[in-house]
Ligand binder design. Sequence first.
Ligand code: GLV
Length: 312
Amino acid sequence: MRIVVVYGSHKAQGWRDALGAQLREAQIDIWQPGFTEPADFAVGWSPPPRFFIDQPKLRAFFSTGAGVEHVLNNPNLPAELPIIRVEDAGMGEQMVDYCRFEVLRWMQRRDEYAAQQAAGVWKPLDESHREQWPVGIFGLGVLGREVAKAFAADGYPVNAFTRSNTTRDPNVRLFSAVNGADQFAAFMQATRVLMIFAPLTPATQDKFDRHTLRLLPRGAYVINVARGGLIVDEGLLELLDDGHLNGAALDVFRQEPLPAQHRYWTHPKVRMTPHTAAVTPMGPAAKQMAEKLRRYAANQPVTGLVERARGY
Ligand code: GLV
């Protein structure tokens, strides 16, 4: 089996080595412009347009990340090329930690206490409890499901909005858009902390603007660990400014790195991280990918196959 690793950063070598440790039978090269020795499979992230011209014989593309718009947006992506993405591989646990940390910080009023400490003020504030913090998971894929399960086990009321309505977890209150009844508004109204996990597709682009975000109850919070394009920044900022929303924790942005003049950088209610909420762990992901590559090469079914028409 011949594999070509394509990665727009120093991580290409790491992926090559991690895959090589799992697939001793494979020949694995790192793609550079002009590398045209035909490979069977590609593994990588955000291939440059030129890549698919250099590699016309691929049987499948394996995405090292959960999101796949970085491949789908490639102008030279062959229409029929199967795309397979990494599933969880330890990212679910990282997402759980990220969301837990933010919710606890808000629930326990740590920012207010930090401000009080700085001002030398000793003043207990009203406390609240988990049952008063219904969370709302938008997008119940592999990662969203993991977070829903963890928060339900922690004792938070958990709402989830999903397109496909397939999950049957008695601890998760499911809202969906199937069968004509769009329960999106009801989902938002029942949610105190919105957590966004859905992929960026034409159906989710700009989903959260000033109108939809206003469906959240007053004093609600937003966590976005999916893609920046789901949120209309001006809408979110407007609601943070007018007091409808209390805070936002943002890991992803329309443009990354976030431009220096963007208001998020200095907004007192915004906390930012540089797209690090869940970083694909190379070892476990390479192991999973090696298994999928072997199965795929042997014409056996694999999970994580992207449906092009729906965009994930
Ligand atoms: C990261 O953003 C990923 O898609 O895995």
